[in-house]
Design a protein around this ligand. Structure first.
Ligand SMILES: C[S@@+](CC[C@H](N)C(=O)[O-])C[C@H]1O[C@@H](n2cnc3c(N)ncnc32)[C@H](O)[C@@H]1O
Length: 205
């Protein structure tokens, strides 16, 4: 648990997190995020709740353009794993509800399977912080637990929903994204139980 009451991943779970995710077929989720993010040269990108850094490392490995990549997480143990073979990616300790960056720093912010680890009050602050650090022409890409729409999705969701913070996670997230003035430009699901959302500020807003 973080000091703000989020369910951070520590110890044994952090050490084996990447392997477990790989066995569970999470690469499809990371690849979906990659195709939604569509990075452009010289952009500054932030991953909130980056865990062991799998997504940013995949992004780095799949792009030949210069990008400034930063990941934050509230677990030192996850960051310890992330910093292995991190190259030029910066991994920093930060709670999502209080990001250590200036206003309008990033071109895009991504958050993958992290918001459901936060109680509503932390999630609300985290989405406010994402909005604050994002440039006005920036985009936010969120992938997180969604209502299951396949049998396999239902199986996974059953276990995930035993965790109290996951209940209503997607609806709450969408509501807060809208509250912060974003409009959704793309929505869908991957693997039957992970929702995705790309949102931006209204043009000229
Ligand atoms: C299921 S993992 C997802 C990690 C990574 N995004 C991925 O997809 O592999 C959730 C991550 O969110 C982090 N986390 C939970 N609450 C947080 C908070 N309040 N601020 C920052 N990170 C948090 C956890 O420590 C954990 O690394």
């Amino acid at each position: 648990m973080s000091k703000h009451g989020s369910d951070t991943i520590t110890g044994f779970r952090a050490r084996f997190y990447s392997k477990i995710m790989s066995v569970c077929g999470a690469e499809r989720v990371y690849r979906q995020a990659l195709s939604l993010l569509k990075p452009r040269a010289h952009e500054r990108l932030l991953d909130v709740g980056c865990g062991t850094g799998t997504f940013l490392k995949l992004l780095r490995a799949n792009s030949s353009i210069p990008l400034a990549l930063t990941g934050v997480d509230a677990s030192d143990d996850m960051l310890h794993e992330a910093r292995k073979n991190a190259g030029d990616i910066s991994f920093q300790y930060a709670d999502a509800s209080s990001l250590p960056f200036r206003d309008k720093t990033f071109n895009a912010v991504v958050s993958i399977l992290a918001l459901h680890h936060m109680p509503c009050e932390v999630k609300k602050k985290a989405i406010g912080e994402i909005a604050r650090v994002l440039k006005k022409d920036g985009r936010v890409v969120i992938l997180d637990l969604f209502r299951p729409n396949t049998r396999l999705g239902g199986f996974f969701s059953f276990w995930f929903n035993l965790h109290s913070y996951t209940k209503g996670n997607w609806e709450f997230t969408i509501g807060e994204i809208e509250q912060n003035g974003f409009i959704a430009v793309k929505e869908g699901t991957v693997r039957g139980f992970v929702g995705y959302l790309v949102a931006e500020y209204p043009q000229g807003g």
